[in-house]
Design a protein around this ligand. Structure first.
Ligand code: HEC
Length: 204
């Protein structure tokens, strides 16, 4: 998609080439190249911002905090295999509002991670699940993924709504019921990475 991007600056410079001494010429071309690179970089998937969250004890996410989640930093996880009934396989993307600075042992309170399965986009709404985890802090979910609250989001005409939230999925969900099961039990595998599983989100 980006391959069709042209750099108008270069073209313009080429036509104004006549009459300029070679050094000026070179300088113009160099800066034009830099502008082109910057343009290309800005339309690629933007990496999540580093360590921008204010310090706080607790953060209770509201629907509005998820409103612009696709504008968070975006990380492509590529084609991923199915992870039980909860996460169907497909092309996964995570959106993260901030990533911890190097050396951090955990994700700070206020971290929002949303996971979307792009392959499920065309399927019926029931199979397209947008999950999120938010670092709520304040001792929440102390017997599971400590500090994290789990969410399923729903997108409708009025934007993003919270379908459910808590220490696990509600009864009646194919993938939930037992608060210690589903989300907590699987993400427990990543206890050393503050319960976050994706390879691209490992604390460094
Ligand atoms: C069968 C295991 C399993 C269960 C159950 C599970 N997850 Fe995950 N989850 C994963 C794996 C594995 C990843 C990493 C994605 C990848 O690389 O494929 C992940 C990734 C995520 C992510 C992106 C951040 C991260 O940890 O990488 C969110 C958000 C998420 N899951 C939410 C949930 C929610 C909400 C539930 C409960 C309804 C849940 N998960 C249940 C295995 C599971």
């Amino acid at each position: 998609m980006h391959s069709s991007l042209r750099c108008p600056t270069t073209r313009r410079n080429r036509s104004s080439r006549k009459g300029l001494p070679p050094r000026v010429h070179l300088r113009i071309l160099t800066s034009a190249g830099a502008i082109c690179l910057a343009l290309l970089a800005s339309c690629r998937a933007h990496p999540p911002p580093l360590d921008i969250l204010p310090e706080r004890e607790t953060f209770i996410a509201l629907a509005r905090d998820f409103a612009g989640f696709r504008e968070f930093g975006r990380i492509d996880l590529g084609e991923r295999p199915v992870q039980s009934e909860t996460h169907p396989g497909g092309r996964l993307v995570v959106y993260v509002n901030s990533v911890p600075k190097p050396g951090a042992k955990e994700f700070p309170v206020g971290t929002i991670i949303v996971k979307e399965n792009l392959s499920a986009k065309t399927e019926p709404a029931s199979t397209k699940k947008v999950f999120a985890m938010v670092k709520r802090g304040g001792g929440f979910n102390a017997e599971g993924a400590t500090g994290w609250e789990w969410f399923e989001l729903e997108e409708g005409d009025k934007g993003v709504a919270i379908r459910w939230r808590g220490v696990g999925a509600p009864d009646g969900e194919g993938y939930g019921g037992d608060p210690m099961g589903s989300c907590n039990s699987c993400h427990q595998m990543a206890v050393k990475n503050d319960y976050v599983l994706a390879a691209a989100l490992q604390l460094k």
